[in-house]
Design a protein. Structure first.
Length: 232
């Protein structure tokens, strides 16, 4: 964790005073469970705190920066911005993955690149930073890492393609949409999933990703971009 602390100082001007907070933020439950006798803390409580402070800072930014936006539009934009896949992407951009402390089973199953684990660690890091240095430090970090994307409008163009596909297909009522993993390639720690989305058994799109969720989104995106799914 001292290496991570040096990286944070170099990249973001952040230096943790309490290194144990940083260790806890990057400790997955699987690691803590495998080392019960050492009574190691995992990051779930910090994740809870980080989620709250993230919601607060992004909400305040949207409120102050977009006075013309109604509540519903701000809520939708915030939810797109702080969703699991987005947070995992920011964790990867920050280079957090190598510092995760995972149990052996989680490591072997590719947990180091799993969106859920990376997104949770990102939120836990924010919680740890809040406790170590206060709200201003968290806001300063987010202004470097996340908020520039909001300012450029990057995330306003991001869609939840699974939801979009569902909206397109179910305009006339419920219809069965199924996502199937059709291939898994690569070693356990860096698997690549290929998913096919089917409607009433008919394939309409395929996508790949390092997690099943990302592959599903890419499959849905392929289907949406076909442009003829409404006719199915």
């Amino acid at each position: 964790m001292h290496q991570l602390n040096q990286k944070l100082l170099k990249d973001y001007g952040i230096h943790f005073q309490d290194i144990s907070l940083l260790e806890t933020a990057f400790t997955h439950t699987s690691y803590a469970n495998e080392h019960r006798l050492l009574k190691i803390s995992h990051n779930e409580r910090l994740e809870f705190l980080g989620d709250a402070v993230l919601q607060l800072i992004i909400s305040r930014y949207l409120f102050e920066d977009s006075p013309e936006k109604p509540e519903g539009e701000m809520s939708k934009l915030r939810s797109t911005f702080v969703r699991e896949e987005s947070l995992a992407g920011f964790a990867r951009t920050c280079g957090f993955a190598p510092y995760l402390r995972l149990g052996k089973g989680e490591e072997k199953s590719g947990g180091r690149d799993r969106d859920t684990i990376l997104g949770d660690a990102f939120e836990a890091f924010l919680g740890a930073l809040l406790l170590d240095q206060g709200l201003e430090a968290v806001e300063g970090f987010l202004k470097q890492v996340m908020i520039p994307h909001l300012e450029r409008g990057t995330f306003e163009r991001i869609e939840d393609y699974k939801t979009r596909l569902q909206e397109m297909l179910q305009v006339n009522g419920e219809i069965g949409i199924d996502y199937q993993v059709v291939a898994e390639t690569g070693p356990a720690h860096e698997k690549l999933f290929e998913v096919e989305v089917r409607v009433q058994g008919k394939p309409i799109g395929r996508g790949q990703g390092r997690s099943k969720k990302l592959a599903e989104q890419n499959a849905a995106r392929a289907a949406v971009e076909r442009g003829d799914v409404k006719c199915i």
